[in-house]
Design a binder for this molecule. Structure first.
Ligand code: ADP
Ligand code: MG
Length: 609
């Protein structure tokens, strides 16, 4: 074929294809236009999954009559004039492509009026061709109706999914915009039924409460707030060049999802997809989640507009940071801190009667000295308190009768750091597996194995940060026999294995010579640990954090097992060590360490209340 310039029609469809993939893409562009126009009330109506009709009505500034036709031309925008403007984009749109693209692949009707005009305009385009243009009265603002999307691009139309799926994409999108713009009122009507509405209260938490069940909401923690009270101020306050501010809500490790689709990221209130920020979010959960589980996160990042390039892709969902590392660190740190301060204790009180039903988790436990969670505010963050006991969480008194009043008796220390554990007094051991302890507000059962895992895991991590891992030299090196594929997996990853404290040497195809082992590991466990480690390394998928997985394996083998009887001193020591950890409530696999049965619940069960 000779080289030819494409006809305008083909070129327009190709360009539209980059931006308009499905009905939700149309909704996104039109919503962004309404927001840029300063609307406070945005009504979205869809029919048949948006394929038959999408209408967005806003009360924004409107388009002057003499500019309406221009608005549909490619690269026609009122938001950008010079190339320098591109370095500081403050609006959601700027490429001047959306109306042209939407127009090229559907039948569009525009109704609009500005406050300066008495009569507004009405325009109709079919496949990008103007078929009607006249005056029409109406309120100030703009209404864009898009009908029969892709009616002239059958190839694209074929790729659309069911109406229900397309409608679901639209609903997700609208709710996300409502989160980022809680000061605006959004409503979505699907086939004549109102399916979502936000109030425009300016509080993101109000939108969250509309979107999620109360039980989910209770498991969200707020992170990174800098400006008290006002959510929109938190999202829009200017940041100095080079600075990044991360704020939002994220789930406690007790609430996870099977994929990343519940991670929503906004940068300067723009909905984006960014791998770096996703990684920062997951990094904040390091050692807290089972692999393959993801948090529910709503992240609002503020950066100086000059420090972020939004002009990377026609859909504007990809961005580039001038200082990616700063963005990463801001997110990771703010989230990590919040998670550290608010890890929950599982509550037996909330346990359903049926043993097979999932166990809901109490969002936060309170004890004397710990402030209470107020459900309306979502903010679960732990503040400093004046009467938090400053000494060890473990009561020194030993077994014997005690009243829970004792827990409040300690000296007041105004500088005590917020504590993660209530003061606990060991009573005994159950089934050689659980430590029974008394604490403020009731009874605690502590899983000795997961508790010890958490202690060992954090000890190892801090040794690693300081000077390297402590090893123990075996008096006589011994040999371990493994399947050849497992032996090879260990010798191939000698770096990972030696970072854990193992010194191994191949000794034939199936045999390894072990010279040193991690200090925490019992020498009797070496063979089992290496076998387990090898099979984990063999089955590891690309992208898994191999070192993390390996460390968790070693920690699991090193921790005291269920079924081992412990002395009172051993139990007390374990709890004291647990108290020193930063995240004492879940083991590195994400399993709970504590269960709590409150005295209220006991009183109720015994008919005392
Ligand atoms: P962009 O948003 O990138 O500028 P669009 O093609 O989406 O490009 O829109 C072109 C222009 O039409 C905008 O710059 C704006 O001036 C005007 N416009 C579009 N939608 C609206 C609206 N809802 N209210 C007011 N003006 C609008
Ligand atoms: Mg636009």
């Amino acid at each position: 074929m000779p080289i030819q310039v494409l006809s305008q029609d083909v070129a327009a469809k190709i360009a539209a294809g980059e931006m308009i993939e499905r009905p939700a893409s149309v909704v996104k562009e039109l919503l962004e236009n309404a927001i840029d126009a300063g609307a406070t009330d945005i009504r979205i109506e869809i029919r048949e999954g948006g394929i038959r009709l999408i209408r967005i009505v806003d009360d924004g500034c409107g388009i002057p009559a003499d500019e309406t036709e221009t608005a549909f031309l490619r690269h026609a925008t009122s938001k950008l004039h010079t190339i320098e403007d591109l370095d500081r984009i403050l609006t959601l749109g700027f490429r001047g492509e959306a109306l042209a693209s939407v127009g090229a692949v559907s039948q569009v009707t525009l109704l609009t009026r500005t406050a300066l005009e008495d009569v507004g305009s009405r325009l109709r385009l079919e496949a990008g061709i103007l078929v009607q243009h006249g005056g029409q009265g109406g309120p100030v603002g703009t209404s864009v109706t898009v009908e029969n999307l892709f009616y002239n691009v059958p190839a694209r139309r074929k790729f659309l999914r069911s109406e229900a799926t397309e409608a679901a994409h639209i609903l997700t999108l609208v709710t996300r915009y409502a989160l980022a713009w809680p000061d605006l009122r959004f409503s979505l009507t699907r086939d004549g039924r109102l399916t979502f509405q936000s109030t425009g209260s300016s509080r993101m938490s109000d939108v969250i409460l509309k979107l999620y069940e109360l039980d989910t909401v209770r498991q969200l923690v707020e992170f990174g707030r800098e400006i008290p009270g006002e959510d929109t101020a938190e999202m829009t306050a200017p940041v100095s060049p080079g600075k990044v501010a991360a704020w939002g809500y994220t789930s406690l490790p007790s609430l996870t999802r099977a994929d990343r689709s519940h991670i929503t990221v906004f940068v300067n209130r723009r909905l984006v997809q960014d791998r770096l920020l996703s990684r920062a979010i997951l990094d904040a959960y390091h050692g807290l989640l089972t692999s393959g589980r993801y948090p529910l996160t709503i992240l609002q990042l503020r950066v100086d507009p000059a420090d972020v390039d939004v002009n990377v892709h026609p859909t504007k969902a990809e961005i580039r940071f001038r200082h990616p590392q700063d963005a990463f660190t801001a997110v990771q740190k703010a989230m990590r801190q919040a998670l550290r301060e608010t890890s929950p204790v599982r509550s037996l009180d909330a346990m359903p009667q049926s043993p097979s039903a999932p166990v809901p988790v109490q969002s936060q436990l309170s004890w004397p000295g710990r402030p209470h969670f107020s459900p309306g505010r979502l903010a679960l963050e732990l503040q400093r308190t004046s009467d938090a006991p400053a000494h060890s969480a473990v009561d020194e008194g030993g077994p014997g009768p005690s009243s829970s009043d004792n827990f409040g008796r300690d000296a007041v220390d105004h500088d005590a750091p917020p504590r993660n554990l209530p003061p606990l007094r060991v009573i005994g051991q159950l089934d050689q597996t659980y430590i029974i302890a008394e604490g403020p507000g009731g009874l605690y059962l502590i899983d000795q194995h997961t508790a010890h895992e958490r202690v060992l895991y954090e000890r190892f991590r801090s040794e690693q940060l300081r000077q390297g891992v402590t090893q123990q030299q075996l008096l006589t090196p011994f040999t371990v026999e493994l399947a050849p594929v497992h032996a090879a997996a260990l010798t191939d990853r000698v770096d990972t294995v030696s970072m854990l404290g193992f010194e191994l040497e191949p000794f034939g195809d199936e045999t390894l010579l072990v010279r040193t082992i991690p200090a925490m590991l019992n020498p009797n466990e070496v063979t089992d640990t290496l076998t387990d480690l090898a099979s984990r390394l063999t089955s590891a998928m690309g992208g898994d954090d191999l070192f993390e997985e390996s460390l968790i394996t070693v920690v699991c083998h090193s921790a005291v097992r269920a079924g081992k009887s412990l002395t009172y001193e051993e139990m007390r020591d374990l709890i004291r060590q647990l108290e020193q950890t930063s995240l004492p409530h879940t083991c590195p696999h994400g399993r709970p360490i504590f269960l709590h049965l409150s005295t209220d619940r006991l009183a109720h069960a015994f008919g005392r209340t």
